[in-house]
Design a protein around this ligand. Structure first.
Ligand code: FUL
Length: 479
């Protein structure tokens, strides 16, 4: 009996100890397969969707990149109302907001001691204003998390280009922001620099910048082209790769990296967990301009963007710029609400929640397939030990119509799946609805509207033993 058990365990492919019981072995908890996310990165994945607000000197000059010679008095919002921003974002289902505390022109929205070029030098609120503070307070009131964008490229500061001197300035600015406004969920470093070949040459102290954030905001994730925690997705269209690994060979990239191609799909053999964030603007430019009022995206466009980002293992950072009053314009507030209503209508009811789930091809041993329909992201089904492919069948109480499939992996233990397909039994025949490569934290797939009682997810290939945390089925309402 003992020998038999040991032989079976070897077939199962994971237990090297002959004394391990078959059950213990086959039902062994899934071993982590690195790289793995930190707890703060997992919390970041769960946020999914939040606002970017480009609001600064450029709002008042109708430019995208200011020169740094603008008078502080040019910054003159007439009715700044960060509570109105937060109300709109909260009502839109967003979980946070990231503000351009300083853009490339160097103007600081808070009274920084590191430069003359700040709100403290403007007539706005007699030099007593602080946009970062107003937003931090409004975020607290409306239950949103706060993030800050701080441009390393600075066209105003006299020290820029004198590397060590400016690095000290930038570290001090970061310290002011990281210590003065409560908890930050994300710090956003822009890689852009338009100095050109004859411009100033600044060698940035990235380890020093990261160190300041780590010291004062240990739970904030740091964004740049190359992370270290969250990466740029490689485009500004709001679209993540169809193949989208959270992993990246991080040391091969840096902020402003010319080699941004791999940032879109990520790298299966990446050394670190650096998932992508999709930044895209709700209107043509990043900053509000009256001339671009006609370019606000429609709810259909926004829904496509939502699906191509949130539905592909990325987060969506949707830029909704405030206007010269210091308010989010009505058209944006309206379309954000429409998107929320549409997403809520589609995803409110998971049609698979009362399905019976079973795992086929497991030699009769099941690792509780029901975990994929229990509504919990942290419980999961894993194929038998050693299996890099597997199959899950969902049987619904009756035939139901759906056109969205929602899949999640238990990413705390690593991202694994590299090839899958979803099929439905239609007229007695298994019919392929969609196939894909990666899943990751969250994959949402649009499929042809299908009415079926039995649906299966076939994992064709994975980097290691395969597992799924969630299989959901949803139906759009046909708008
Ligand atoms: C870019 C910047 O140059 C744009 O002005 C904008 O802030 C965008 C989000 O990042 O690199």
């Amino acid at each position: 009996m003992r020998v038999f058990a040991a032989a079976l365990a070897l077939v199962a492919g994971a237990c090297s100890s002959p004394s391990a019981s078959v059950e213990g072995c086959l039902a062994a908890p899934l071993a982590p397969l690195g790289p793995l996310p930190s707890a703060d990165q997992v919390a970041w994945h769960a946020m999914a969707y939040y606002a970017f607000v480009h609001f600064n000197m450029n709002t008042f000059t109708a430019r995208e990149w200011g020169e740094g010679r603008e008078s502080p008095d040019t910054f003159a919002p007439t009715e700044l109302d960060c509570r109105q921003w937060c109300r709109a974002f909260r009502d839109a289902g967003m979980k946070g907001v990231i503000l351009t505390a300083k853009h490339h022109d160097g103007f600081c929205l808070w009274p920084s001691k590191t430069t003359e070029h700040t709100v403290a030098r403007s007539k706005w609120k007699d030099g007593k204003g602080d946009v970062v503070r107003e937003l931090a307070e409004a975020c607290r009131e409306y239950g949103l998390k706060l993030g800050l964008y701080l441009s390393p490229w600075d066209r105003n500061h006299p020290a820029y280009g004198d590397s060590e001197r400016y690095n000290a300035v930038f570290r001090a600015q970061l310290e002011e922001l990281c210590t003065g406004y409560g908890p930050l969920f994300e710090v956003w470093f822009d890689g852009a620099c338009g100095e050109g070949p004859n411009g100033k040459r600044q060698v940035y102290d990235w380890p020093g910048f990261v160190g300041v954030v780590r010291e004062h905001q240990p739970h904030a994730v740091i964004f740049s082209d190359a992370g270290p925690d969250v990466r740029w997705v490689g485009n500004e269209n709001g679209v993540a790769g169809e193949t989208c690994w959270a992993m990246l060979r991080r040391d091969e990239f840096y902020p402003g990296t010319p080699n941004s191609g791999p940032l879109t799909p990520g790298q299966e053999d990446g050394t670190d967990w650096v998932p992508p964030e999709c930044d895209v603007s709700i209107r043509k430019g990043w900053y509000w301009k009256a001339s671009e009022d006609g370019t606000v995206k429609s709810v259909d466009e926004l829904e496509r963007i939502w699906l191509a980002s949130v539905g592909r293992n990325a987060n969506l950072l949707l830029n909704v710029p405030a206007d010269r009053r210091g308010r989010i314009p009505d058209a944006e507030v309206r379309v954000l609400r429409e998107l929320k209503e549409r997403v809520d209508r589609t995803y409110a009811k998971d049609l698979a929640r009362d399905a019976r789930a079973s795992a086929a091809g497991d030699r009769g041993v099941r690792e509780d397939a029901s975990k994929v329909v229990d509504g919990e992201r942290t419980t999961y089904w894993a194929a038998r030990a050693g299996a890099t492919s597997g199959e899950l069948v969902l049987e619904l109480p009756e035939a139901r119509a759906f056109d969205r499939v929602w899949l999640q992996e238990p990413i705390e233990l690593g991202q694994r799946v590299r090839g899958f397909r979803v099929e439905a039994e239609v007229g007695g025949t298994w019919t392929e609805l969609v196939r894909g490569t990666t899943i990751g934290y969250r994959r949402i797939l649009a499929v042809p509207r299908t009415t079926a009682r039995r649906v299966r997810v076939v994992i064709e290939e994975a980097r290691g033993r395969c597992a799924l945390a969630t299989v959901g089925l949803f139906a759009t309402t046909g708008e």
